[in-house]
Ligand binder design. Structure first.
Ligand code: AMO
Length: 438
């Protein structure tokens, strides 16, 4: 490894020490006989100060000639310096250019020259050099670490199910067909059928940090065609309430971890995270419709999913009552996929739920049908072909416990958590209707 310290590791107490730093040339400034280089690494910025008279001539010339965003290693003496970032500066005895950046730059990584999202995404590697952009992915990594550790600690095991599938799980219109030798195949929309099959295997609590591929044509700030999700399934549940409790624990663990370990990143993004409630309110679909009619004068017909406008209004109403996170439960059966358990009291309804975060769905899930005959009936009722599900159905023939689960879109979660204006901000290299590069 090239010997170096990160910006964060330097402090005024190290005054007089020889140090090496490495990073990108963030800024270059000349002031009379003084030349300044600001060197950026993933932790911050270090000022390199070059008084022409006191640094070797070749070092001065190298610094003078280096282009912005080139990668350099600088060795020199650290000096305490009030006015410099982090209270230190480095007076170099050596500068090595490891990689020279071409100019002009297609995007200004200092953020001084603003760029629209499309331009930023076209040049995403340069965009990610901006600390406020990188912060999102540091938070994403932390949140997923917390999710994984929390679920493992609750007895879930991590699994990986196929990403190449032969049958739709969430509705046929959202599939990306692929060529799989001489057969028809698709990219997986979710691990749904496999995680349920695993409930019949004896591995009675599983999770997967999975990629979903959705061929949805809409082009909105909320939708992607490739997303990452935390997908869980657990068996021997008494009702979907058992699943809601897992979700509360998971969301709280993720938010606590980010609050505790990402304070710098949150500050960069100007975000203050509230401590989530221990128990998120439950609101049935029918209660939600009534509330929307009473409080927002919005009348929705029974049977359809909540519209974006209705979700948003409901979010405002719930926020006024002090709730950022709440469940909407018992959706109409017809609005839910075939595997969803009908409600035990009202056959028009289902044992399903969404978790809403300030007016937007971030999770959906349900108790599933575990009875073979009922499952076949529901597949037929949805107009699907039973023979397409034969290997899935086999798992229900030979002993399947009651079970339920959910899927949480990570990008949606981050978008809401960090108040991002567009879901594309929460994914490194987004895939949408128009974007397949970079
Ligand atoms: P669903 O299709 O509702 O449920 O997806 C679960 C969660 O995934 C996220 N999500 C998306 N995010 C961005 N862009 C999209 N196009 C997109 N589609 C889905 C959302 C959503 O809440 N198998 C069920 C889950 C289950 O019942 O276990 C499923 O896939 O955050």
């Amino acid at each position: 490894m090239i010997e170096r310290l990160y910006a964060r590791e330097l402090s005024p107490e190290m005054d007089g020490e020889e140090v090496s730093i490495a990073g990108w040339v963030h800024e270059k400034r000349k002031l009379g006989g003084l030349l300044f280089l600001l060197i950026r690494d993933r932790t911050g910025i270090v000022q390199v100060t070059l008084p022409k008279k006191f640094v070797p001539a070749e070092v001065f010339e190298t610094a003078k000639g280096v282009s912005k965003e080139s990668v350099v290693v600088v060795r020199g003496k650290l000096q305490a310096m009030d006015k410099a970032p982090g209270g230190v500066e480095v007076i170099p005895s050596r500068i090595e250019v490891l990689s020279s950046a071409a100019s002009p730059l297609p995007l200004d990584p200092t953020g001084k020259v603003p760029a629209n999202l499309d331009t930023r995404l076209d040049h995403r590697v340069l965009d990610l050099r901006r600390p406020g952009v990188a912060a999102i992915f540091k938070i994403r990594s932390r949140a997923l670490k917390a999710a994984r550790e929390h679920l493992l600690s609750r007895g879930f095991i991590e699994v990986h199910t196929p990403r190449i599938i032969s049958t739709a799980s969430e509705g046929g219109t959202e599939l990306f067909p692929i060529s799989y030798f001489e057969r028809e195949a698709f990219l997986a929309q979710s691990p749904q059928l496999y995680k349920q099959m695993l409930m019949g295997s004896g591995l009675d609590r599983v999770f997967e940090i999975a990629t979903y591929f959705r061929a949805e044509e809409h082009d909105t700030i909320w939708h992607l065609n490739e997303i990452t999700a935390v997908d869980c399934e657990l068996a021997f549940i008494s009702s979907y309430e058992d699943v809601l409790e897992v979700i509360e624990g998971l969301i709280r663990a993720m938010i606590f971890e980010v609050r505790e370990h990402c304070s710098q990143e949150l500050e960069l993004l100007g975000v203050e995270l509230k401590v989530p409630e221990k128990r998120f309110p439950r609101l049935s679909y029918e209660e939600a419709l009534a509330l929307l009619e009473e409080e927002a004068n919005l009348k929705l017909p029974f049977g359809e999913d909540l519209t974006t406008e209705a979700e948003k209004k409901l979010g405002e109403i719930m926020l006024q009552r002090g709730h950022e996170l709440y469940f909407v439960t018992r959706f109409p059966l017809e609005a839910k996929p075939f595997y969803t358990m009908p409600d035990s009291d009202d056959p028009k309804l289902s044992a399903s739920f969404d978790l809403e975060f300030r007016g937007r769905e971030i999770i959906s899930g349900s108790q599933r049908i575990h009875d073979y005959d009922l499952l076949v009936e529901r597949i037929k009722a949805k107009g699907l072909r039973v023979e397409n599900f034969s290997s899935y159905l086999e798992a229900f023939k030979y002993g399947m416990p009651p079970h339920g689960g959910f899927g949480m879109g990570i990008e949606r979660f981050l978008m809401l958590l960090l108040n991002l204006p567009n879901i594309r901000e929460a994914v490194l290299f987004p895939r949408d209707r128009h974007r397949l590069e970079p």
